[in-house]
Design a protein around this ligand. Structure first.
Ligand SMILES: Nc1ncnc2c1ncn2[C@@H]1O[C@H](COP(=O)(O)OP(=O)(O)OP(=O)(O)O)[C@@H](O)[C@H]1O
Length: 250
């Protein structure tokens, strides 16, 4: 088997340094991680451990200092800006804490926007499946202002799924939601992995959110320090407490 088969995205010895001299910060220190196709991964770690930086570099939203990042077999470091924009548009889905929907467009128009921008038409069957997976069939004509926070984030999840990206990255996707709406969005993300075969990577502070993932990876001081499969909120919380103690005493 080819070694890259089954891997949606990966970093190898990825480092990111901000500033220089006295203000130099090593945000990522030789992080090597692979995200397998059809797997839901949560990235956790204390504040400042490099979670957002890892996600932004892995998603081609930010440059890195050394090492490599690939989406499928495409090395992001070899691409020019135009090619990178195309990879982000066609092969990566994004879900942010702020829902980032366009207020003047309906839910349906927001969902299909990535295709509209790329000059593609939605495949009817896939659109129906995505819309019903995220439970929005009755809300397609509503504008974001007429939807609850949870419904808006479900629109954002559907928008991320619509172009069947190789991978979806979420940065605290439930950070702005109450626990019930958050649970709903996380349930839909998990369904998109289980039922639609999507690959999802999510940064979160919340052990309950991480409990929806298949795997949790833990960062501390810019390094990958641990990983857990079949996480439960309690086990994640225990591991986080240990990391917090470690980072306070180091
Ligand atoms: N633009 C920047 N310039 C300088 N330093 C930065 C910049 N962005 C992040 N950093 C530093 O890089 C390190 C990692 O930051 P990052 O935002 O990735 O952490 P995080 O784990 O996502 O934190 P949080 O949980 O608080 O959001 C931190 O020490 C941070 O201060």
């Amino acid at each position: 088997m080819h070694p890259t088969t089954g891997i949606a995205a990966a970093t190898t010895d990825l480092s990111k340094v901000y500033g220089s001299g006295e203000t130099r910060v090593v945000a990522l220190d030789r992080v090597s991680i692979a995200f397998r196709k059809g797997e839901f991964t949560a990235i956790m770690g204390p504040s400042g451990s490099g979670k957002s930086t890892l996600m932004h570099c892995a998603a081609g939203l930010d440059s890195f200092s050394s090492g490599s990042v690939r989406i499928g077999t495409t090395e992001l470091g070899t691409l020019n800006d135009r090619q990178l924009t195309q990879v982000r548009r066609d092969r990566i889905g994004f879900i942010f804490q702020a829902f980032n929907l366009l207020p003047t467009l309906t839910a349906l128009e927001n969902i299909t926007l990535p295709l509209t921008i790329a000059g593609r038409r939605p495949e009817r069957e896939w659109l129906d499946r995505v819309v019903s997976t995220v439970g929005l069939s009755q809300r397609l004509g509503h504008r974001p202002g007429q939807l609850s926070g949870g419904q808006q984030q479900r629109v954002a999840v559907a928008r991320a799924l619509i172009s069947r990206p190789a991978i979806i990255f979420g940065d605290e996707p439930t950070g702005n939601l109450d626990s019930r709406a958050g649970a709903e969005v996380l349930g839909f993300l998990r369904d998109s992995v289980r039922e639609l075969g999507q690959t999802v990577v999510m940064v979160t502070h919340d052990p309950v959110a991480a409990g929806y993932a298949d795997r949790v990876v833990f960062l501390a001081d810019g390094r990958l320090v641990d990983e857990m499969t079949h996480p439960t909120p309690d086990r994640v919380l225990d591991r986080m407490k240990a990391l917090d103690t470690r980072s306070r005493t180091s």
